[in-house]
Design a protein around this ligand. Structure first.
Ligand SMILES: C[S@@+](CC[C@H](N)C(=O)[O-])C[C@H]1O[C@@H](n2cnc3c(N)ncnc32)[C@H](O)[C@@H]1O
Length: 252
């Protein structure tokens, strides 16, 4: 099942291309010029875009790595209280004294004692199971989230929303971790209000895995910029293959 045709899309992104210059000015100030293994322009752009529009009171970030995303979130929503989680906090390079850090999984934190879930935005870039994260969110009272690692059916190390919707389960290096099933896609459909995959800013001919970036194996929304338009934004073009179908999900 092509997840782009699934459910309700909640984001009008028609103005996004006019916001890239503003974003790139901020991106030029980022603490980590080289953030290999972490977020770069495409995903940081959409994170910034969504956060600016939503302006939540609280942000929970799971998967800090060196801290580029934490920095961006603090700039997108300077008034928000940020809670950042990583099981290996020692990797941080950018450390923000206004952020509350945790080294235990999202699942183990008693959020009730810390914040009100209503105006809280969750951002997952921790390569964990998105289906379980959504179940945990529901239990804890959170409704809005982005998943950075929304890997397509054939790729990636974690159970993404795309995989859940398609019913393919999770296979990593030939090992079946989660069996193909229709239960998860059915319960997902029952519990999700909106699901939106953001487009790449620019689309290469080949995927990051070296095969053809076609719509059969890799359904992808139309890129924001064409080949011609992107020439002006060299850095965005160079970082284009870091794209992993970042998505926004809202629970009922
Ligand atoms: C791709 S990196 C995150 C990149 C980061 N968001 C950025 O802005 O560049 C994934 C991170 O998830 C962390 N991680 C792994 N398991 C986790 C868990 N259960 N909870 C939170 N973080 C976890 C890893 O230690 C790693 O630092």
């Amino acid at each position: 099942m092509n997840d782009l045709k699934w459910g309700v899309q909640s984001w009008d992104i028609s103005e996004a291309k006019y916001m890239l210059d503003e974003f790139l000015e901020l991106y030029g100030e980022r603490p980590l010029k080289n953030n290999g293994g972490g977020m770069s322009s495409t995903h940081l752009f959409w994170t910034w875009y969504v956060l600016k529009k939503m302006n939540p009171e609280n942000i929970i970030e799971s998967g800090v790595y060196k801290g580029q995303g934490t920095w961006l979130m603090s700039r997108a929503c300077p008034k928000a209280k940020i809670y950042s989680i990583d099981v290996k906090l020692s990797q941080r390079v950018y450390i923000d004294e206004n952020v509350t850090y945790f080294s235990k999984d999202f699942y183990y934190i008693n959020w009730k004692k810390i914040l009100k879930p209503e105006n809280t935005f969750c951002f997952f870039d921790d390569h964990q199971d998105a289906y379980l994260r959504l179940m945990q969110m529901k239990w804890m009272g959170f409704k809005k989230a982005m998943f950075e690692d929304n890997y397509p059916v054939l790729q990636g190390d974690c159970y993404s929303c795309k995989k859940v919707i398609s019913g393919c389960g999770l296979t990593v290096d030939g090992n079946v971790i989660i069996e193909a099933n229709d239960a998860h896609s059915d319960y997902f459909a029952e519990n999700i209000k909106t699901y939106t995959t953001f487009p790449p800013l620019f689309k290469n001919e080949k995927t990051r895995w070296g095969d053809s970036w076609d719509d059969v194996n890799y359904p992808t929304p139309a890129p924001v910029f064409s080949n011609k338009d992107i020439e002006k934004y060299r850095q965005v073009k160079e970082e284009a293959d870091a794209y992993t179908w970042i998505c926004y999900v809202e629970l009922n």
